[in-house]
Design a protein around this ligand. Structure first.
Ligand code: ADP
Ligand code: MG
Length: 349
């Protein structure tokens, strides 16, 4: 059967701003008791609580932060929510609400915006977060999305970037570098497609990498696991820009140095094989590849037994005195200074 390549598209002008807002928000359900009023009034209303409130926001611009030629809109919506929730979890908190503001050019149809919101809705229902508002406007070119997430945490549970202490262990959740390699695979397919649109790519060897790029999951579970283990991190940050860059933030704010070990970096087998294929150094990719949305945290060395052997976590190094700087110990037992954008030895290559 022939696929209809041009199904009827509804123009946004036909619907008008209010029609559009009603249309895209109608299927969202409120899940949290703290949401008193969600979409539909001049402002959303939230119940105050004894806890502290966490607020984080991100602005994404087409062509700068995302490329719609390989990022389906539903995935974009999902991922944009993940990036924000990840920041709330990195404070050791629980996310409860989001606002979503969009600006779109007349290139986008109602069906396109529906796709975007289908992704946002899937993220909201999976992560038990309420969509409580936003703003909708037009842009002369392309799409802009701004999401704000609101969460909460007990005052005693909030974890900042500045609490890491000398001898603390450095821990990461999950594995690193896969999202960056997924992007490399998609970029390559985009180039191939430009030359030969009939080419059917075989992406079987890259499923994990592509999923990590197109459908990342924020680590909502990590604060809960840590609580169960009776561990409160001394510092925590989410890995959105790459391990090196995030270590830099923790070390700068905590006024410490660090030593991490190349052989301890958690890598998925697909990361290792794709690095061989793309002739990339897997350590470089783990240190500098972004968008993994894993959590990086430090714990007192006395918590070693609680963290060791937990399948969610890898101990990758430890905190040192500030004057020792930030260092990577290679498999050959050489020490190399870490730079925010990867390691020194590979700079300029
Ligand atoms: P106002 O004119 O007061 O800014 P709007 O007409 O822009 O109100 O919005 C009406 C309601 O719809 C508000 O609750 C607002 O938060 C919500 N809203 C507007 N745009 C969006 C959007 N893109 N996503 C989710 N909610 C939205
Ligand atoms: Mg408005």
């Amino acid at each position: 059967m022939l696929e209809d390549k041009n199904p009827q598209k509804t123009s946004l002008a036909e619907l008008g701003e209010f029609g559009l807002i009603n249309h895209i928000t109608q299927y969202f359900k409120v899940e949290n008791a703290s949401t008193i009023k969600a979409v539909g009034d001049d402002a959303a209303v939230l119940e105050a609580s004894e806890k502290q409130t966490l607020v984080t926001t991100d602005l994404l611009i087409e062509g700068v932060h995302f490329d719609l030629s390989y990022m389906p809109l539903k995935h974009l919506g999902y991922k944009a929510v993940m990036a924000n929730l990840s920041d709330v979890y990195a404070m050791n908190g629980v996310a409860e609400q989001i606002t979503v503001s969009i600006a779109v050019s007349n290139r986008f149809s109602l069906e396109a915006i529906e796709e975007l919101y289908a992704g946002i809705q899937l993220a909201c229902s999976t992560y038990k977060v309420d969509l409580i508002g936003g703003d909708t406007t037009s842009s002369t070119k392309g799409m802009l999305i701004s999401i704000t997430a609101i969460g909460k945490a007990n005052k005693a549970d909030v974890v900042y970037r500045n609490g890491a202490k000398e001898t603390d262990l450095i821990v990461v959740s999950g594995d690193l570098g896969a999202a960056y390699l997924g992007l490399q695979v998609l970029e390559r397919e985009k180039q191939v497609f430009k030359v030969n649109p009939n080419n059917q790519p075989d992406l079987d060897n890259y499923t994990y990498l592509i999923e990590r790029q197109l459908k990342p999951e924020a680590r909502k579970d990590v604060p809960l696991i840590l609580k169960e283990l009776g561990v409160k991190p001394t510092a925590m940050i989410d890995i959105s820009d790459g391990l090196s860059s995030e270590l830099f933030h923790i070390c700068t704010q905590s006024k410490v140095g660090c030593k991490i070990y190349e052989e301890k970096l958690p890598l998925d087998p697909q990361v290792i094989s794709a690095c061989e294929e793309f002739e990339l150094d897997s350590t470089m990719v783990a240190l500098s590849g972004g968008e993994d949305y894993e959590l990086l945290f430090t714990v007192p060395i006395t918590d070693f037994e609680k963290i060791k052997g937990n399948p969610n976590f890898s101990i990758v190094g430890h905190i040192t005195a500030q004057n020792q700087g930030l260092n990577l110990v290679t498999r050959a037992n050489q020490e190399i200074e870490l730079k925010a954008q990867g390691w020194n030895a590979l700079k300029g290559k």
